[in-house]
Design a protein around this ligand. Structure first.
Ligand SMILES: [Ca+2]
Length: 354
């Protein structure tokens, strides 16, 4: 580890450790945005660097500061997405928020990883706990992490930091149901609107879950993250924060056996960690051994904007979790397709390098 990664946000949160915030109900009553809705441009998202070439990770003069919000530990893709962030020098990870279900155990999992790879400069904050949504497949590995420390108010500390930072500096990579983000919006929408934007995995617009991993149906599904907290996504879309959305249409990226074996064979610390977690996930699936890399897509797009081209849409979220296109002003840039090969190449190249 090198101390150059020690960001101001991390400094603020290092003393806090893992925090179990009070349970929260689904966010309600988020004030309407007072600033114009930040509708991203279709092909040149704000502050997203243009790719130097289709095969190259775009060079950046300075790393993009990011916070990752994750429900790591259930499905496998959160771990791969976090590994890609940590392996990418173009992304400067300020903090990891764990959301949905047993957020304290998820935070222990992240802390264990960060400790093992020498990245203890990254703050880890547990968001509000909720009833579980699915099986915590990687719980045994997570339980080997350090026990959480009691330090109430860490979400408040993040909000304070967002207020203190220049507006537009930090990008939130949202890989979980929006339970924590909704709570942050309900508590301090002005602070959250200082984010450069939120790049999220969630929703299903024209295509849905396919019959096998990595495929799409021809009609939309109710996507997991939105189903777990539709009010949270609705609050975000109405908040005025620029939103880029990667729905099922663009995130059915399979990690097939050959690609997985190539990834693990790189032997780098993060690849070894993914190899360690994999059996626990695979054993829980009842036969499927091919993960779908839903959550990797938002990270990949930040690194290589040419993997998909967001189009501005008005996304309407139903109480059941549908995410359909309405007739109002666009409130998100939405990727409706994806270059799967480019995502896998980027993942392989980054993991092999770190
Ligand atoms: Ca996730």
């Amino acid at each position: 580890m090198t101390r150059r990664w020690l960001t101001p946000l991390a400094l603020l949160l290092l003393s806090s450790g893992v925090v179990q915030a009070p349970a929260a109900t689904a966010p309600r009553g988020v004030p309407a945005a007072t600033s114009p809705r930040g509708v991203p441009a279709a092909t040149s998202p704000r502050e997203v660097p243009a790719a130097a070439s289709p095969r190259e990770v775009p060079a950046a003069a300075s790393p993009r500061e990011v916070i990752v919000d994750t429900d790591i530990g259930d499905d496998y893709d959160d771990a791969v997405a976090l590994a890609l962030v940590l392996a990418s020098p173009h992304l400067k990870l300020d903090a990891v928020i764990t959301s949905f279900g047993d957020t304290a155990l998820r935070a222990r999992m992240v802390q264990r990883l960060l400790r093992e790879i020498g990245r203890t400069d990254v703050a880890v904050v547990a968001g509000p706990a909720t009833p579980p949504g699915t099986r915590f497949t990687q719980s045994a590995w997570a339980a080997g992490g350090p026990p959480p420390a009691a330090a109430p108010g860490a979400l408040g500390t993040i909000l304070a930091r967002l207020r203190a930072e220049p507006a537009g500096r930090i990008t939130l990579i949202e890989l979980a149901p929006e339970t924590t983000l909704g709570a942050m919006l309900a508590r301090d929408p002005v602070a959250v609107r200082r984010l450069a934007g939120v790049v999220l995995m969630g929703g299903s617009v024209r295509r849905g879950y396919g019959p096998t991993p990595g495929t799409n149906s021809d009609s939309p599904s109710i996507e997991y993250n939105v189903r777990r907290d539709p009010a949270g996504l609705r609050a975000l879309l109405g908040s005025g924060v620029p939103v880029w959305m990667m729905p099922l249409d663009a995130t059915e990226v399979p990690l097939d056996d050959a690609a997985r074996q190539r990834l693990f064979a790189t032997g780098t610390p993060l690849a070894r960690w993914l190899a360690t977690l994999y059996p626990a996930w695979a054993d829980s699936t009842g036969g499927s051994r091919e993960p779908t890399l839903f959550d990797v897509v938002p990270v990949a797009w930040l690194l290589r904007p040419d993997v998909c081209r967001p189009v501005p849409l008005d996304i309407v979220v139903s109480p059941a979790g549908d995410s359909t296109v309405g007739g109002g002003p666009p409130d998100a840039g939405v990727c409706l397709d994806i270059d799967r090969g480019a995502v896998l190449s980027l993942l392989q190249d980054r993991l092999a390098a770190r």
